[in-house]
Design a protein around this ligand. Structure first.
Ligand code: NDP
Ligand code: AKG
Length: 424
């Protein structure tokens, strides 16, 4: 009999290890050879840049930034820009690889890319963040552009960041080029519906997964980890659809109310306090406790790796819908599968953001703008059609939704290589 207390813990799985293991699983399912595997595992192009910043008080500090283009065979690189003190090149490589499969699964004509700067944006003024963003953009100018690589917001960045990137790029070329970023403010060529698109897509994916089991959203309870751009709107949409949102959290901790949180009041609290903690309409709860709550639907919407072997073993939810990128490690995935938890994978569940980014890029390229209704309708159609093709393959082949989504995404990218003549 094993002594649980003395058994060594498995080493922490990094996002890149998770991404590589997922690719290996898809390669096996598809029966591809080692040459193609290596090509798909390796980023096509990477740039590391040094970003000196003169702080508001005159001190000079140096940051490191990255842009990784994992694959550009189906179109330009596409993916967010992350500002976080924990960003490193391997994390950006993993996020870029996930973008490649995501864009292919929902069939938007892009490859996959991601950027990051190792900086905690909460410790800097807007003026400092603007200088960092402009310097980072200037350094990576040679590899970005509307036909090369298009940026969008991710953790720690927002519409304003995208406006600075777009302006820096445009000023360097001498004319305005809105399509170099997406997730911009409307005033500079942003799209209606982009700020809420990822969250809407998550709720469409959740609705479809529940419907496959004959369950409606207004019958379920939900817990959401992360209350930023994605998590906060996801809570709002779940609440509006009649789901009982019983717990939410951010990096400081969480709040819980068994009968359901008053989400509009919670959103007002966060506007004032900057955190969900201290909300009078709920009891305090830790992030670890939130993941283990007895709810129907669990939505991780924060960072990678939160559902590992240990935390996954405590999950009581019947569905995990991954709003975050890479929230489940390979071991966590196995544990959830063994326990019968249905996981709607990140590359499908959170693709609403890149779908509406694609709509924004199309609109900017045409200089012709769609209505919010048109965008919401096209987003829903594409999310549901993508979910259906993933779920059908999973059903037909006896695969998990993750393996089915990866198989579709990886196969489409491999086909592009083959047809272009790059098949090794
Ligand atoms: N923005 C988008 O369009 C898309 C985002 N994603 C993914 O969604 C996730 C969230 O992104 P986004 O909402 O944009 O990012 P934000 O920076 O807007 O929000 C991140 C949220 O996560 C919280 N958080 C950070 N670290 C932890 C932690 N260790 N435990 C619990 N909560 C934590 C933050 O808390 P605090 O506020 O206290 O710092 C904040 O509430 C990321 O995985 C991102 O890659 C995926 C597709 C598109
Ligand atoms: O909107 C985009 O281009 C990509 C957003 C993103 O970074 C993601 O989907 O992870």
């Amino acid at each position: 009999m094993t002594d649980q207390a003395t058994e060594p813990r498995p080493p922490h799985t990094t996002p890149l290890e998770t991404a590589r293991a997922q690719l290996a699983s898809a390669i096996e399912i598809l029966g591809y050879g080692e040459g193609l595997h290596q090509m798909l595992a390796t980023p096509r192009r990477e740039m590391n840049v040094a970003i000196p910043l003169r702080r508001d008080d005159g001190e000079v500090v140096l940051f490191t930034g990255y842009r990784v283009q994992h694959n550009i065979s189906r179109g330009p690189g596409k993916g967010g820009l992350r500002y976080s003190s924990s960003v490193d090149v391997d994390e950006v490589r993993a996020l870029a690889m996930w973008m490649t499969w995501k864009c292919a699964v929902v069939d938007v004509p892009y490859g996959g890319a991601k950027g990051g700067v190792t900086i905690d944006p909460r410790l800097h003024s807007q003026a400092e963040l603007e200088r960092v963003t402009r310097r980072y953009t200037s350094e990576i100018m040679p590899i970005i552009g509307p036909e090369r690589d298009i940026m969008a917001p991710d953790i720690g960045t927002d519409e304003q960041t995208m406006a600075w990137v777009m302006d820096t790029y445009s000023v360097n070329l001498g004319y305005t080029i809105p399509a170099v970023t997406t997730g911009k403010p409307l005033a500079v060529g942003g799209s209606l519906g982009r700020p809420t698109a990822t969250s809407r897509g998550v709720v469409h994916a959740a609705t479809a997964a529940l419907a496959d089991a004959g369950v409606r959203l207004d019958e379920v309870s939900a817990a959401v980890q992360g209350f930023g751009k994605v998590g906060s709107h996801a809570c709002r949409f779940l609440h509006e659809a009649g789901a009982r949102v019983v717990a939410v959290s951010d990096e400081h901790g969480g709040v819980r109310a068994a009968d359901g949180l008053d989400v509009p009041a919670l959103l007002r609290h966060v506007q004032e306090a900057g955190t969900v903690t201290g909300f009078a309409g709920g009891e305090p709860i830790s992030n670890a406790e939130l993941l283990a709550l007895d709810v129907d639907l669990l939505i991780p919407a924060a960072v990678e790796g939160v559902l590992d072997e240990e935390s996954a073993a405590r999950v009581k939810a019947r569905w995990v819908v991954e709003a975050a990128n890479g929230p489940t490690t390979t071991e966590g995935d196995r544990v959830l599968a063994d326990r019968g938890v249905q996981v709607v994978p990140d590359i499908l569940a959170n693709a609403g953001g890149v779908i509406v980014s694609y709509f924004e890029w199309v609109q900017a390229n045409q200089a012709y703008w769609w209505t919010e209704h048109e965008i919401a309708e096209r987003l829903e159609q594409r999310m549901l059609a993508s979910y259906r093709s993933v779920a059908s393959l999973a059903h037909a082949e006896g695969l998990s939704l993750r393996d089915a989504a990866l198989a579709i995404g990886v196969r489409r990218v491999a086909e592009a290589h083959q047809i272009r003549g790059l098949y090794p």
